[in-house]
Ligand binder design. Structure first.
Ligand SMILES: Nc1ncnc2c1ncn2[C@@H]1O[C@H](COP(=O)(O)OP(=O)(O)O)[C@@H](O)[C@H]1O
Ligand SMILES: [Mg+2]
Length: 258
């Protein structure tokens, strides 16, 4: 090979890597502009949502004594807790870069699953979905921020509900099972499932297959679980369903007594 040919080759290589770099840079600029727009949009939406939430909260507090009379006060309590949670999510959304401080406590996993069941049993019925819970008999406890874990489970259940076509008999099964020093919280559905390539992308921010999806649910869930020393695994088959396994470290006695 002549010196000239060698130089031409090197120039071509340089050109190619420059073009690749340039493309990455352009994509990055585009992405950050997009994130900025989303941020501004989120701030606007958060502001608009807070006002109606305050109104709903006020009315709920007003009817709480009447619900107590018919022994249904628990519904108001859960709804009020949910409104507070929604407010916190809005707040966290606005402060995406500086996450809100976590308050870790020991959590009775089975109790939390029961609470989630209460929250979703009527919606499930309405959508022709049978929601079942299987509890580990040893009552697993974990140590993390309860509201964050609830946020994760609610995101998962919502995804399962959205994956199920209401014309079919839907099934969602929530379960807890101890495995060594961990507890697995499993959410299994018989919804639409996902093709293999989509499974690789579900934790990528803004990846969504829904016309009104945000693609932010699962990345936020993953962040929460990672920060709590856990892991999320997904297995899915197109047309058959999806199983999400959240593995979290069991609470040690030291933390339980702390
Ligand atoms: N249980 C599930 N069954 C089928 N697809 C799912 C399930 N959970 C998540 N997905 C897929 O992962 C994508 C990302 O989910 P998520 O981050 O919660 O965002 P969004 O729900 O706003 O689309 C969904 O759009 C969907 O394609
Ligand atoms: Mg979602």
């Amino acid at each position: 090979m002549s010196e000239n040919q060698l130089m031409n080759m090197q120039t071509d290589e340089c050109k190619n890597s420059y073009e690749a770099l340039r493309k990455d840079y352009d994509e990055l600029v585009l992405k950050s502009a997009y994130h900025e727009q989303i941020g501004t949009l989120a701030a606007g939406i958060a502001h608009e949502i807070r006002n109606p939430l305050t109104t709903v909260k006020g009315f709920l507090q007003l009817i709480q004594p009447f619900l107590a009379q018919i022994e249904k006060e628990e519904y108001a309590k859960i709804a009020l807790k949910e409104i507070d949670r929604a407010n916190e999510i809005l707040y966290e959304f606005l402060n995406a870069v500086k996450p809100s401080s976590r308050v870790s406590t020991s959590i009775d996993v089975n109790h939390l699953l029961r609470e989630i069941e209460l929250l979703y049993e009527s919606e499930a019925k309405l959508r022709n979905i049978i929601l079942t819970i299987k509890y580990d008999t040893e009552n697993p406890f974990i140590y993390m921020d309860e509201k964050q874990l609830k946020q994760v489970l609610i995101n998962m259940i919502k995804n399962s509900i959205e994956a199920i076509d209401s014309r079919h008999q839907g099934r969602i099964e929530l379960s807890s099972e101890i495995s060594g020093k961990y507890v697995n919280i499993i959410i299994k559905d018989n919804g639409c499932g996902l093709p293999e390539d989509a499974v690789q992308s579900i934790f990528t921010p803004f990846f969504t297959t829904k016309s009104e999806g945000t693609g932010l649910g699962l990345p936020i869930c993953k962040k929460i679980i990672d920060e709590s020393g856990g892991q999320i695994n997904i297995s899915s088959r197109l047309g058959e369903g999806t199983m999400i396994k959240i593995e979290l470290p069991l609470c040690t006695e030291f933390k339980l007594n702390a």
